[in-house]
Ligand binder design. Structure first.
Ligand SMILES: *Cc1c(COP(=O)(O)O)cnc(C)c1O
Length: 249
């Protein structure tokens, strides 16, 4: 009996491993150039590789190619993929809309940062789920800067009150803000959303709310991350520019 070994997969979803590594290099160079334009250093910007819809092999390849953090937007998908990742990584970021009935499952996956806390209701569910533990979960408040009804996020005018209330919840620490910019034909149209988030960020920082540690401004994706960095982003969440187009099933 002749048993041939299965050929090692080199082509994930039509996308080769070398391409992932090369794309990461290109993205890093673009981040670095944008950081310089905003008088910062590349090292000040944290890149989160968004691996939603992609395979565990692609996550491993990204981690081998210099990615430190990756982001997923669905609890179920993260639950299936995370235990299979074989490369070491610093931490997993949760970036998607979170339903309160998924909170406990997500927390078991130990996300190092949840970007998408978009209501007091959700924050209190997270806090309650951690009650009795000594864990402090870092969270960002997601703001709907564009006002589009299709987007999740706290309306800007409600943000100070929500931040104040969430900051009082035990076992949580707000460390910044996140937004998804409007869908725009002209890339430059997104700039106003990033400017607004940065302004809200500075206002909160100066509000002197206890237990609020404004460090992170998570804004910018494949189509607009350079503009976001120019406007002050220090976390960018990038999927397609690294892994290619996503197929949704
Ligand atoms: C999918 C996703 C991204 C990455 O999008 P790309 O355009 O592929 O870079 C970033 N942030 C969030 C919240 C996402 O859901």
């Amino acid at each position: 009996m002749i048993c041939y070994e299965i050929e090692r997969v080199k082509d994930f979803e039509g996308f080769s491993v070398t391409e992932i590594a090369a794309n990461i290099e290109i993205v890093k160079q673009r981040i670095s150039a944008a950081a310089q334009r905003s008088v910062r250093e590349a090292g000040d910007i944290t890149l989160v590789a968004v691996t939603k819809t992609h395979t565990v092999e692609m996550i491993d390849e990204a981690l081998r190619s210099g990615i430190t953090y990756f982001g997923e937007n669905k609890v179920q998908e993260a639950l299936e993929k995370l235990p299979l990742v074989s490369e070491p990584y610093a931490g997993f970021h949760f970036i998607g809309h979170l339903q309160t009935n998924k909170v406990k499952t997500l927390l078991r996956l130990n996300p190092c940062l949840i970007h998408s806390v978009d209501s007091y209701h959700l924050a209190s569910a997270l806090s309650a789920a951690l009650d009795g533990t000594d864990k402090v979960q870092e969270i960002l408040l997601q703001v709907n800067t564009s006002g589009e009804t299709s987007k999740y996020g706290i309306p800007p005018f409600e943000l100070p009150a929500v931040a104040d209330a969430v900051a009082k919840l035990p076992n949580l620490k707000i460390t910044g803000l996140m937004t998804i910019s409007r869908l725009c034909d002209e890339k430059e149209d997104c700039r106003q959303d990033f400017r607004l988030l940065k302004a809200l960020f500075e206002n909160l920082r100066q509000a002197g709310i206890r237990n609020l540690d404004m460090q992170w401004l998570s804004m910018g994706m494949t189509d607009d991350f350079e503009i976001a960095i120019e406007e002050g982003a220090n976390i960018v969440r990038i999927g397609s520019a690294i892994f290619g187009e996503r197929n949704y099933y």
